[in-house]
Design a protein around this ligand. Structure first.
Ligand code: ATP
Ligand code: MG
Length: 475
């Protein structure tokens, strides 16, 4: 448990130049807001993740400010640029003077009242910087930065020491802090894997005791925190922490069920499905893409319920990719993923077994595969799928070569024949038109038609031969 030290620790710190232009702009904007607050007699500091990141020599994402100014005072200081986004929490978002798309969060120092709903305090009281520190989640997130000369970090809770020792530790009693706001349990895991820190024993024990409460967290927040976990630099460790705390069993039971699901050893020498997925997460390229991360995590969730053994005793998972894609759709809907994300992830899952047939695929089938918007993610899923078991990348290399040898135009050429061509030759509107066009497009992808004339000649021949017949391959 952290104690409330009477005197904070001050540590001089050099604020970097921020060569990256977005970060530089964000910093300059936040600094000018902070200076204005100070010039008008208020106390103001940088706080939260940016101070932690500066102390660690990492690039901050955004620069939050904590101040003694009341929300109305902040609003009045930045007329036309301030939005009171969390009135009851005293949070004002100030838009940039020169870059209006850049937002700086300015929060009034506050003490939280009792938490009644497991997520937000029922009331807050505006107070001092020292007390504001105690409503923050982890010591490493509870540092203030005074950008004066010299710039210094102000630490009331041992956050600097915890950064040095690479520890995630709740501010105050971890049990109380997790009970107040259940989301903090997911944040603890997320910061541990994003920063490569260990979770302090007391914080970890409280987290494991209270993990059943994670089911009450809003699904959108679960989605965002889990996505940050699985796209962190150490997604396999994220899986371990979620598994060991049983958060995985509660939030992603479909993934927890992979543990103990045996596979044929000749194809999967690594072991059960869970081990396979864990290995794949280790092989996932960095920086990780969320669609790929979720596709890896879920690609085999159809295996436990399709498990069977054939007459020779070999383990089979017939149709697991179809069942798995449907399960993934339900899971991702539950976590409020967007329709576009659900479609992309479930497509990767549904089609992941087709890659083994690639060497036997016709040119048209390959081109249609390459034309799918998810193809490159599917190809990467296939690569890490192989690396997570036998390690044979022959098919990946074959497809990469085929794909790079073809131009975009060759992969997805404009169709030589259109609906009006078919209708013009007397086929009535209806499904038959689509069937003929699909067949014509397949032939076009097989390079069967040198030009539109040849395609049109084929079409005329089809229709003349027999309007009701199945179209045939050109002679
Ligand atoms: P990131 O770099 O991912 O943005 P961050 O530490 O800035 O990490 P934010 O979610 O942006 O995290 O929150 C900013 C700060 O607000 C945190 O550093 C922490 O001090 C405080 N905070 C955020 N969420 C909580 C919470 N659920 N409970 C307590 N304090 C919180
Ligand atoms: Mg932040």
């Amino acid at each position: 448990m952290t104690s409330l030290t009477e005197q904070p620790v001050f540590r001089a710190v050099q604020i970097p130049e921020f060569q990256d232009s977005t970060t530089g702009n964000r910093f300059r904007q936040a600094e000018s807001i902070l200076q204005k607050l100070r010039q008008t007699g208020h106390e103001a500091y940088f706080c939260g993740g940016c101070v932690r990141d500066i102390a660690m020599g990492r690039l901050p994402k955004d620069f939050d400010i904590a101040t003694s100014a009341l929300p109305e005072q902040v609003e009045a200081l930045f007329p036309g640029r301030a939005d009171l986004v969390g009135k009851s929490f005293g949070v004002v978002v100030v838009r940039g003077e020169h870059h209006s798309h850049l937002h700086t969060e300015v929060a009034t120092f506050r003490r939280d009242g009792p938490y009644l709903d497991g997520r937000r305090p029922s009331s807050v009281q505006f107070t001092s910087a020292r007390e504001d520190v105690h409503r923050r989640d982890f010591t490493v997130n509870a540092l203030f930065l005074d950008p004066g000369s010299p710039s210094q970090i102000i630490d009331w809770v041992g956050g600097l020491e915890d950064i040095t020792s690479r520890i995630i530790r709740c501010v105050g009693n971890p049990h109380t802090r997790f009970q107040e706001d259940k989301l903090r349990m997911l944040r603890a895991v997320r910061f541990a894997v994003q920063l490569g820190f260990t979770i302090h024993a007391d914080t970890w024990n409280a987290l494991c005791q209270l993990s059943p409460d994670v089911t009450t967290i809003a699904p959108e927040r679960v989605r965002d925190e889990l996505t940050k976990c699985f796209t962190s630099p150490d997604p396999a460790r994220a899986l371990d922490l979620l598994h060991d705390s049983r958060i995985l069993h509660l939030l992603l039971p479909e993934v927890a069920a992979l543990e103990g699901c045996q596979q044929p050893p000749q194809f999967h020498p690594e072991g059960d499905v869970y081990t396979h997925v864990r290995l794949m997460l280790q092989h996932m390229p960095q920086p990780a893409h969320p669609i790929l991360a979720w596709a890896i995590l879920l690609h085999d969730i159809g295996k436990p319920c399709t498990f069977s053994t054939d007459s020779s005793g070999r383990i089979r998972f017939n149709g697991h990719e179809i069942v798995g894609a449907e399960m993934a759709e339900r899971l991702l809907t539950r976590l409020r993923f967007s329709n576009a994300d659900i479609e992309a992830i479930s497509t990767c899952i549904r089609l992941h077994m087709s890659f083994k047939d690639a060497p036997q695929m016709r040119q048209a089938t390959l081109k249609k595969m390459f034309a799918r918007p998810t193809f490159l993610t599917e190809l990467e899923l296939h690569r890490v799928d192989c690396l997570g078991c036998h390690g044979d990348l022959t098919i990946h290399e074959y497809l990469t070569k085929k794909f790079t040898d073809l131009s975009r135009e060759e992969i997805r050429p404009a169709p030589l024949l259109r609906g009006k061509d078919v209708l013009q030759l007397g086929i009535p509107p209806g499904p038959r038109v689509g069937e003929i066009l699909d067949r014509a497009y397949d032939l076009q992808l097989e390079n069967a038609f040198p030009d539109r004339e040849a395609a049109f000649a084929w079409l005329r021949k089809q229709i003349q031969a027999n309007l009701e017949d199945t179209p045939t391959h050109p002679a």
